[in-house]
Design a protein around this ligand. Sequence first.
Ligand code: ADP
Ligand code: MG
Length: 254
Amino acid sequence: MRRSELPMNKPTATVPAVPINQSVRHPALEARGLTKFFGEGQAKMTAVDQVEFVAHFGEMVFIVGPSGSGKTTFLSMVSGILRPDAGTVFVNGANIWNFEANALANFRLNTIGFVFQDYHLFPRLTTVENVAIPLILKEKDWDTSLAEAKKILTVVGLENRAEVPPYKLSGGEQQRVAIARAIIGNPDILVLDEPTASLDGDTGRMIISFVKKEILTANRCILIVTHDARINEFADRIVHMENGRITGFDKGTE
Ligand code: ADP
Ligand code: MG
């Protein structure tokens, strides 16, 4: 889906005024009153509790907090994977939780790139085939998809590993394959859940430094969930989460 086709459900009154002759630029992503419960009755708990959050294009935002504080649940809701119980998410001004099923699937495929902690690569496919999957899902033909996947592998420095199955790659290489797959559709928003948790310190820093230099652009917003303080220096902004709530913001140190 192109941006211009996204339904604009946001009341215009909340769009900030901009000078004449400049087009309205929405924040990349806004969470409003975002809430998720799990469990029933006595066991009911609030995983994400009325979160207000805004991220802009050109920004790399870290979300940090202890295990169980609601970070993955938050990411899942902003990525169109998990429906909130209250509140919603606006991406580029469109309320994604008002989308019908097809539009939501398109949104997940075209607007969001998601990198899971443990990569989620298919062991029976080659590296280049793994990267091509989103294009195959978009019904591009096989040869075009593989050719584009090879180009993206070059971006992440793995063009020589294209025909190798991913389990023969190192952890850092597998993470780069997962990133290549997440960006092949040119997503506006890239989301990484604990991308360095399974990597040694140096590899983790190299990956995040690479993402900041090569993947972050003025037209893209990157959210990284982490509790790895070794990479904090790469954040433009750090958001602290605790018990499902945002408890504070820091400016990054770089
Ligand atoms: P984090 O990513 O910060 O470690 P999560 O978002 O995974 O935290 O989890 C937040 C809370 O919600 C935790 O208490 C967790 O046990 C609970 N939780 C997460 N997903 C589910 C689920 N599918 N069913 C029940 N409880 C869940
Ligand atoms: Mg998590």
